[in-house]
Design a protein around this ligand. Structure first.
Ligand SMILES: [Mg+2]
Length: 364
C-alpha cells in the first residue's frame, strides 16, 4: 500500500480518571471512569485519538486486550478507508459476539481513523461528514445525581444555570416515588422556566411505573424522560411513547444500527440516543443517525462530547449534545462553550489535544 494514511501503530493506554465524588444512578454507583485510550498512528505521522470506557478495571483490561487484538488487523490498513476496516474488525469478532466489549474496542479504532481522515484532509470531522452546522446545544449532565440531598440538587442546579447551560439532566429512580417527584419539583423551581430539565431513570421502572411517574412529572414540564424501563423492552417503549405526554428518550444501551432501526421503526421513543462506543464508532453512528432521520426521529448523542459533538453537527436530525466532562482532565484545552452550545472550530479531525502529563498521571 504505502500511502501516508497507512496504519503503522496502534497504541493503548489504561487510564483511570477518578471522579471528585462518586456518581450515583438508579443502575449503579460509579467511583471512576476507567478508560481505554487508543492512539492510531500512520506512516505520514498522523495521530488519531479516541477512547472507550467501562466501570471497573478488570473490564477495561479485557477491553484493552481486544483493542490490542484488533490492532493486528489494523496494522497496514488504510485509516482513510474506515468502512473497510470496520467490516474486517466486526467480522473478526463475530464468533465472540459483536456487541459488548467487542463493539467498544472496534469503536475506539474506528473513531481514531476518522480523526486521522480529518487530519489528512485538513478538515474538522463535522465538515468531512457533511457539515450541517458548527455548534450544538448542550445539556449539563455532570451533576444532579441520586445521592444529592434536595438542598444539594438545588445548589447544583443553580450553579449549572449560572454557568450558562440552557438545559440540565437530573436522575430519578429512587425507591420512593414521592421523593423522585419532590426532587424534580425542586430542580424545576431552581432553574426556572427558561431552562430545560431532562430526567434519566436509568432503566429503574416497568411500564406501569413509567406511565405513573411520567404523569406525576408532567406538571414540571420535563423535556424528556430517559430510559425509564429496561432498554430491551421495545414493545413497552412503543406503548409508552404513544401514551405519555412527556417525551420519551432511549437508545444509549443499544448496539449498532439494526437496534436503532428497530427502535425508530417501532416509534419506541421521541428521541433516540445512539452511543458512540456501542455503535462501534463514527462509521456506524452516522448510519444510525441517518436511519433515524429517515423515520423523522431526532437523535441526541450519548456522552463523548469531544467526539460526538462533531457527529451532532453533521446530522440534521441531531439535537442536544450531552455535556459530560469526564475526560476533560486529560484534554489540554476545553471545548469552546458559548450560549450553552459547544462550538466547533476548524481544527482538523476532532481537534482534541491530549495533555500528555495528565495522561501519564492517570495511567494505571
Ligand atoms: Mg442515560
Amino acid at each position: 500500500m504505502g500511502t501516508g494514511t497507512e496504519i503503522v501503530a496502534v497504541e493503548t493506554d489504561f487510564l483511570t480518571i477518578p471522579l471528585p465524588r462518586p456518581l450515583v444512578t438508579a443502575a449503579f454507583p460509579i467511583p471512576a471512569i476507567d478508560t481505554a485510550l487508543v492512539r492510531v498512528r500512520t506512516r505520514a505521522g498522523h495521530e488519531g485519538v479516541a477512547w472507550s470506557f467501562a466501570f471497573g478495571r478488570g473490564r477495561v483490561a479485557a477491553l484493552l486486550q481486544l483493542v490490542d487484538d484488533l490492532a493486528e488487523l489494523a496494522q497496514g490498513a488504510d485509516a482513510a478507508m474506515p468502512e473497510a476496516l470496520w467490516a474486517r474488525m466486526t467480522g473478526a469478532v463475530g464468533f465472540v459476539g459483536r456487541r459488548g466489549l467487542a463493539a467498544l474496542a472496534v469503536s475506539a479504532i474506528d473513531t481514531a481513523c476518522w480523526d486521522i481522515l480529518g487530519k489528512a484532509a485538513g478538515l474538522p470531522v463535522y465538515k468531512l461528514l457533511g457539515g450541517h452546522r458548527d455548534r450544538v446545544e448542550t445539556y449539563a449532565s455532570q451533576g444532579l445525581w441520586l445521592d444529592r440531598s434536595r438542598e444539594e440538587l438545588v445548589d447544583e442546579a443553580h450553579g449549572l444555570a449560572e454557568a450558562g447551560f440552557r438545559a440540565v439532566k437530573m436522575r430519578a429512580g429512587l425507591p420512593d416515588p414521592d421523593e423522585d417527584e419532590a426532587r424534580v419539583a425542586a430542580v424545576r423551581e431552581a432553574v426556572g422556566p427558561g431552562v430545560k430539565v431532562m430526567i434519566d431513570a436509568n432503566q429503574a421502572w416497568d411500564l406501569k411505573e413509567t406511565l405513573r411517574m411520567a404523569e406525576r412529572f408532567e406538571e414540571y414540564d420535563p423535556y424528556w424522560l430517559e430510559e425509564p424501563m429496561p432498554h430491551t423492552r421495545v414493545d413497552d417503549y412503543a406503548h409508552a411513547a404513544a401514551t405519555m405526554r412527556v417525551p420519551l428518550c432511549t437508545g444509549e444501551s443499544n448496539y449498532f444500527k439494526d437496534e436503532l432501526l428497530t427502535l425508530a421503526r417501532r416509534r419506541a421513543a421521541d428521541y433516540l440516543m445512539p452511543d458512540l462506543m456501542r455503535m462501534g464508532g463514527v462509521t456506524e453512528w452516522m448510519k444510525a443517525a441517518r436511519i433515524c432521520e429517515g423515520f423523522d426521529v431526532a437523535v441526541t448523542p450519548h456522552l463523548f462530547m469531544e467526539h460526538s459533538a462533531h457527529l451532532a453537527c453533521a446530522a440534521p436530525n441531531a439535537v442536544w449534545q450531552e455535556y459530560q466532562p469526564w475526560w476533560q482532565p486529560v484534554v489540554a484545552e476545553p471545548p469552546a462553550f458559548e450560549d450553552g452550545c459547544l462550538v466547533l472550530g476548524d481544527r482538523p479531525g476532532f481537534g482534541i489535544v491530549l495533555d500528555d502529563e495528565a495522561v501519564a498521571h492517570h495511567r494505571v
